[in-house]
Each structure stands twice: as structure tokens, then as C-alpha cells.
Ligand binder design. Structure first.
Ligand code: NAD
Length: 539
């Protein structure tokens, strides 16, 4: 954004979207009545970044860096985004997982400035009218949570607002969604976390969670209010408890423009990693047997998309499901069990019950994917079994944050004697074993959701369909170079993410145009149209 919206003087310095601080030129200082309000030296954005980095790097902890970065976002948006974009490896783990997990836990204690939109049960009947309080009309991406299952950290109530804020900053940094078109939303329906309710600084509604019909009705009112106020907005459901996540996705996916990142975004990024892993293992995707530890929303979402991926290779739905096995806290998911949730039933096989360790040995998966939130679930015995069965075992420990990963990168490499193709949900530092350094990629949803959002914004999608996530996974896997694979990564480097998002957006928009799911006409030069839209924080 270059126009100053007619604002002058001190107000410009207080407006994060317009403020350039010491980078205002001599001419701008005269024209915008900034004389006297700034120190004499006119600095470039690069000099400002140098100062920001110096300040961030001398802080003692990542949570302090998080606080400083959020403050920068509130002061000088373009400087914040350029810092994040140019140093995405360093700062994505701060503005998103793992540090955002700590930021959410401590949200009420580190709170400085309200950001985003809060809706409570008291707003029943007036959600549409309070949305008018939001300062802009052209919102295109909404990330909404009710804070009940924040990362792997459980019910954090209104503290969960850190997640929509963090995710939307990645929509901007990774895909160039315009910041003023983003809206973080907290559906603060209370919390069952007693400790939080009793925290004197807690900022949310101090009551047990709203549930049942009243909960569904509040969500329905919110979704419909969004349709009226922001008709082109994509709603991303985020970190809802699994049964709610499924119910809401199923209730709204065909009615409005929405998706669930924990289910569908995770699926797409994991599928991309598995696609890329076959280039190392040499095993054809259609020949894979895949086992999941954890049978919740993340794992089931991945399996559902894998069914589509197998079908894409010419298999029937039934043949596809036979390649996919689940183990949960009670063992192998089999037909004879009577404790299964509805979303488990399509994957419950006719097989005798087995423990996890037995299941790995007997079913012999090529790929093992953990989405449990249970640290240490991939023991030495499990990793060694995978390495015995496979020349190049594929092991993804997806649970977030880092402290919840099913095993660490180091354990996976050591226990498999360096043969594992490893990936994780949160980042791990490179591992050196017998003189070889492995830099495992992070199966970070940020490779997928920003591109999905960008594609949806460009074509003004009516709905988000599974084919879009399949197309996104293929596109992401294509971005992985031989050099990435050699380093042990099944994902491109994070600093290539903007280009990956653009490619994914193109693929997503193509699916929308081809399937009649786009409201906007197909542009003559799609790639150019996307590039022209993308937010540019440089000044
Ligand atoms: P969920 O609560 O819906 O499911 C958890 C599942 O794990 C349940 O089926 C449960 O039975 C099983 N489980 C728990 N402990 C277990 C154990 N010790 N052994 C076997 N099974 C066990 O949660 P979810 O939404 O599916 O998320 C699970 C994890 O996946 C979270 O930690 C989350 O951070 C992670 N996740 C990662 C990504 C990513 O990396 N891209 C994306 C989304 C979710």
C-alpha cells in the first residue's frame, strides 16, 4: 500500500499500515507534515531491518522475540512482514509453532494490544451488526478458532487467539494475502480449563464451554453473518476439537467458502511429503502401505486425501482404504472394536486386534505417520522395526509443538542408522550422524494453506474441494529439488515458500475454473494476475 489515505503527521506514524518511521524520505517528511516528528537520519528499510534483527537477536528467549515481533506488527506492518519474509527460517518458528504455543499458554500475561475479533455467547442475535465494527469491508480470509484444541496443547480458551493471528501473518508472509483483507476471529465460548478460568489475568469468558445446540447455533449465526458482511471471505476453521472440527466442516463445506486446516491442510502437506519420499525410496506411490499412529482429525484427514490420491492412480476406493491402517491409543483400528468414532469406521479393517508394535511388525508399512500429541510414541523399538522392514523407512512425527513430537529427528536418524526419511510438524535442527548432516524438512501446513487461500481469493472460489488439496500436494511435491532430497528433506526450503504458494494458488484456481467453482472470470494470464495481487511490503 503506497497511498497515505489523506492522512498526515502524527496519525501516519500511529498507523501500522502506513508507517515507515525513519524511512520516510525528505520529500515525504515535508508533504506529510512529519518534520520534527522523526530523527534526522533517513534510513532505508534494509537499515531498519538490520536494527530489528539486532534487537530480536539479543533477546534471551523466543517468547520475548514473539512479543517484540507482535509489537513491530502493530507499529510498522511492512517492516514486520519484510523481516518475516526475508528471514522466514528464523522467524516462522517464532510467529507460529513452536513459540506460538507458548504465546497462547501465556496469552493473557503477555497481552499488549487487542488484535482481531472476539465473539462470545452474549453476542447471540447481534453478530452481524457487531461485524460492522471491523474497520474494513473487503475481508478475504478469516481464521477462526474456539480455542478448544490449540496445537497439541488442549483447551486454552480465549488464549487461543494467538493461533488465528499467527496463521494470518503466514497467509500474508507466505502467499502475499493483503494484511487488511485478513481477519482473526476468536469464538470465545468459555473454557473447560479451570486453571485458566481461575487465572486473575485471563481475558476470556469465565464460564464452562457452551455446548450442544447453543454452540452450533452461535457458529451458524457467525458463518451466516460473515456471508452477509464479507461475502467473498474464505473461512478457515482452526484448532477445534476433533468431533466439532468434522461436524462443522461437513456442515459448511458445501454451503460456504471454507476449509479446516487441521484436517485438510495437514492432509495435503503430508501427502506432498509422501509423494516426494517416493523419489528417494524408489517405491511407486500406488504400492505404498501407510500406517497412522493417532486416529484423530489430523490422521483421518490425511488418510481421506490419500484415498483420493490412490484413486487418482486408478484404484477403487476399497483398494485405496486397504492401503491405510490406523492405530490409536487402544491399538489397531479393527472392525471388532466397539469404541471407534464415526470417522474411524471406513478404516476399520477385518483383522485381529494388535498393539502398535505388533501392528508395525505384521502389517509392514512403508510409511509411518504420527499424529497423536503423544511425545515418545515412536520408541526405539518402533523405529528399528520400520528400518528392518524398509531400506528407506518413511517416518513423519507430525505432533506439535516440538515437545510433543512422536520422536525427535535425532532419535529417528540414530535408531534407523541414518536410513530414515524423516519429517516433523515442528522444526528440528539438522542432525549429524557418522559425518553426514541431515536437514529434515518440516511438514508445515504453511506450505499449503496460504496457497489455497491465495488461489481462492484470486478466482473468488465458491467452495474449497478435495481436488484442490490434491492439486496443492502435487504442486508442492514438484517444488522439492534433488538437492532438497539429498539433504533428507521432502519439502522445499522455507525461503522458497512464496513461490510454492504462487504455484499452489495457480493449481487451486485452475481446479476452481475447471469445475465451475469460481465466481471471478479466468484471467488471460493467471500467474501474472496472482503475482500482481500479492502483497509487497517493500519500500
Ligand atoms: P486428536 O485429538 O483428534 O487425535 C489424537 C489421536 O491420537 C486420537 O486418535 C488418540 O487416540 C491418539 N493417541 C493419543 N495418544 C496416543 C498414544 N500414546 N498412542 C496411540 N495413539 C494415541 O488430535 P489431532 O487434531 O488429530 O492432532 C493430533 C496431533 O497432530 C497434534 O499434536 C497436532 O499438533 C498434530 N498436527 C500436526 C499438524 C502438522 O504437523 N502439519 C497439523 C495438524 C495437527
Amino acid at each position: 500500500m503506497t497511498q497515505d489515505q489523506g492522512m498526515t503527521g502524527f496519525n501516519i506514524l500511529l498507523n501500522a499500515a502506513l508507517n515507515k518511521s525513519t524511512a520516510f524520505t525528505e520529500e515525504e517528511r515535508d508533504r506529510l507534515k512529519l518534520r520534527g516528528l522523526l530523527p534526522a537520519s533517513v534510513g532505508s528499510q534494509a537499515t531498519q531491518i538490520e536494527r530489528v534483527l539486532e534487537n530480536l537477536r539479543r533477546k534471551d528467549s523466543d517468547i520475548e522475540r514473539y512479543i517484540a515481533l507482535m509489537a513491530l506488527m502493530g507499529r510498522n506492518e511492512r517492516l514486520f512482514y519484510r523481516t518475516l519474509m526475508d528471514h522466514i527460517d528464523e522467524f516462522m518458528p517464532i510467529v507460529y509453532t513452536p513459540t506460538v504455543g507458548q504465546a497462547c499458554r501465556e496469552f493473557a500475561h503477555i497481552f499488549r494490544q487487542p488484535r482481531g475479533f472476539y465473539i462470545t455467547p452474549q453476542d447471540r442475535g447481534r453478530i452481524r451488526s457487531i461485524l460492522d465494527n471491523w474497520p474494513t469491508d473487503d475481508v478475504r480470509v478469516i481464521v477462526v478458532t474456539d480455542g478448544q484444541r490449540i496445537l497439541g496443547l488442549g483447551d486454552l480458551g480465549a488464549n487461543g487467539m494467538g493461533i488465528p493471528i499467527g496463521k494470518l501473518s503466514l497467509y500474508v508472509a507466505c502467499a502475499g494475502i493483503q494484511p487488511n483483507q485478513c481477519l482473526p476471529v476468536m469464538l470465545d465460548v468459555g473454557t473447560n480449563n479451570k486453571e485458566l478460568r481461575e487465572d486473575s489475568l485471563y481475558l476470556g469468558v469465565r464460564r464452562e464451554r457452551l455446548e450442544g445446540d447453543a454452540y452450533d447455533e452461535l457458529i451458524e449465526e457467525f458463518v451466516m453473518a460473515v456471508q452477509d458482511k464479507f461475502p467473498r471471505a474464505l473461512i478457515q476453521f482452526e484448532d477445534f476439537l476433533t468431533p466439532n472440527a468434522y461436524r462443522l466442516l461437513n456442515a459448511y463445506r458445501d454451503r460456504v467458502l471454507c476449509f479446516n486446516d487441521d484436517i485438510q491442510g495437514t492432509a495435503s502437506v503430508a501427502l506432498a511429503g509422501v509423494y516426494a519420499s517416493t523419489r528417494i525410496s524408489g517405491i511407486d506411490f500406488s504400492d505404498l502401505t501407510i500406517m497412522f499412529l493417532g486416529a484423530g482429525s489430523a490422521a483421518t484427514g490425511i488418510a481421506d486425501l490419500m484415498v483420493e490420491a490412490f484413486k487418482d492412480k486408478g484404484m477403487s476406493e476399497e483398494q485405496a482404504r486397504r492401503r491405510l491402517w490406523f492405530v490409536d491409543i487402544n491399538g489397531l483400528v479393527v472392525k471388532s472394536r466397539d469404541d471407534l468414532a464415526e470417522h474411524n469406521l471406513p478404516y476399520a479393517h477385518d483383522h485381529k486386534p494388535l498393539s502398535f508394535a505388533q501392528a508395525v511388525k505384521e502389517i509392514k508399512p512403508h510409511v509411518l505417520i504420527g499424529a497423536t500429541g503423544a511425545p515418545g510414541a515412536f520408541t526405539q523399538d518402533i523405529v528399528a522395526s520400520m528400518a528392518k522392514i524398509n531400506e528407506r523407512p518413511v517416518i513423519f512425527a507430525l505432533s506439535n509443538p516440538t515437545s510433543r513430537a512422536e520422536c525427535t529427528a535425532e532419535q529417528a536418524y540414530i535408531w534407523s542408522k541414518g536410513r530414515v526419511i524423516f519429517s516433523s510438524g515442528s522444526p528440528f535442527a539438522p542432525v549429524t550422524l557418522n559425518g553426514k548432516t541431515y536437514a529434515p524438512g518440516q511438514g508445515n501446513n504453511a506450505y499449503i494453506f496460504p496457497g489455497i487461500g491465495l488461489g481462492a481469493v484470486i478466482c473468488e472460489a465458491k467452495h474449497i474441494c478435495e481436488d484442490m488439496f490434491l492439486a496443492a500436494a502435487k504442486k508442492l511435491a514438484e517444488q522439492v529439488t534433488q538437492e532438497d532430497l539429498k539433504k533428507g528433506s521432502v519439502y522445499p526450503p522455507l525461503n522458497a515458500i512464496r513461490n510454492a504458494s504462487l504455484e499452489i494458488a495457480k493449481a487451486v484456481a485452475q481446479v476452481a475454473y475447471d469445475q465451475g467453482l469460481a465466481n471471478a472470470p479466468r484471467p488471460q494470464a493467471l500467474e501474472q494476475a496472482i503475482a500482481d495481487y500479492m502483497y509487497d511490503p517493500y519500500y
